[in-house]
Design a protein. Sequence first.
Length: 608
Amino acid sequence: MFYRAIAEPRAARMRRARALGALAAVAFAIGAIAGAGRGPSASAGLAARFVQAWTQGQYTRMYQDIDAASRQMTTAERFARAYQRALRVATATRLRVAGRPRHVGSLMRVPVMVRTRLFGTLALAFDLPIASTGGEPRVAWSSSLAFPGLGPGEVLSRQTALPPRATLLARDGSVLAQGSPSAPGQRSSPLGEVASAVVGSLGPAPAARQRALEAQGVPPGVMVGVSGLEQAFDARLMGTPGGRLLATSTRPGGAARVLASALPRPAPALRTTISPQLQRAAVLALGGLYGGVVALAPATGEILAVAGIGLDGLQPPGSTFKIITLSGVLAAGIASPHSTFAYATHATLDGVELSNAGGEECGGSLELAFATSCNSVFAPLGVKLGAARLVETAERFGFNADPGIAGAAESTIPAAGQIQGELALGSTAIGQGQVQATALEMAIAAATVADGGRRPQPTYELGRPPARAPRALSATVARTVRRLMVGVVRGGTGAAAAIPGVVVAGKTGTAELKNECSAAGSSGSASESSAGEAASESSAGQTQEAHPGGCQGAASDPSNTDAWFAAFAPAIHPRVDVGVLLVKDGAGGATAAPVARQVLEAGLRPGS
């Protein structure tokens, strides 16, 4: 009886539990159905997907979500271009969805945020008409959907107002250039033509820059910097354009709605590294000669002056390149300053006589050979150094690299594998063959020695924290090269650069441009620092018989040689460094060294 009384209530409870479970299942199913009715619609999902793809620039995916009628109206390419153009007009930089899609009448509205360069961050919305294609929702597209905030029959446009161009200042705060000319040319400067070589000029934007400028809000036809400082600092000098972003009706007589507006903001005056005193000295020293001058502050790489083709004029550097060859030889332990070499009038490489300047006899210690720029010593040293180490050393000095200055050309040396044979290697070691350099690069080479072996990064930006300069050579080697460069000015080929009371370190160069030897001739003529074209063009590794009468080429003709000089002063704690190139103007020691001296003197005066 006891067990029977307990069993009957448990069975009843189980029956009641099963009944409640069934009712709960039915209620859950009804709730799920009701909940599904309240969930996002297919149209909302389409709208969210379409606009999210827009924020990511996935125009092909967007095109797949428009209806068949819209696809007949526009191609995928035209569809994508419409969106890309609208973003450029708006100067958009970032897009994001700002909320969930919702029905607004017959449309799906999707709020978005558009960050722009000119108008700040805009809160807008896409109003998407939805059509049904085969039972599936699709966007009924029109050109008014190329940008949020546009209504039917509207396109996006912009009216732009530019601020005045910012003033360019010298390192002492004086004006280098000011005003905003509407025609190509230079802005006004108190320095007049003295400033033009470094300031540069304004002109129509190159085709390669036009799209980027449009995205920044700069309208077509505006004068932009095309050379010099104007080019280097163009974006900073231009300031921030203003204007109005408009939804313009395509209907005749239709009005335009303002979506956003902003006032133009001029940039502050920009102070540069240029020294008016050195700039004037560089331009006056160059005078009417065709060539280039660049002056640097060795420790910082700050460009103090530029004249002529100092940044972009590429020529064989001649014996100024021996700074690099000497550095490589010392670093490799091939020779020391006191190593001695036989006196000779030439070196024979691959059976070709590579002569000294005027066939003179030179040799002795390495220090003396550097001071007298002795080819018969340095060409064979280049062969001992080898192409790989010579090229590597040159690249540490900045060859085969972008100098990082707008409008500056890259100085080049062939790859080691392209310098075949002793003659080609010897010619390269004395700055001939296929080596090409600018006055800027040779100024950098001298500055590298001046700064203890670290290669400065040239800059126009005053007060910019200098980047950690890459080390081109050890401090020990740099000190030795500096001492030998002092010897060039004290008693060698660079005596014309000497300044009373100041220790100047320098290196001359005279690069021969052509050689008058016939193909049958085999004696490579050289001026102070050249092997001539006959040497550089000789077949790699081919041994030839020396012509009995020799071949002096055309080194005696000043119009056949480029004159070079690279220097810094004072030799200890240098303040100014200079590179000089005079195209077809004789020997470096005779013509380029005096030009360098004038610039160095200006750089050593108080207030420079």
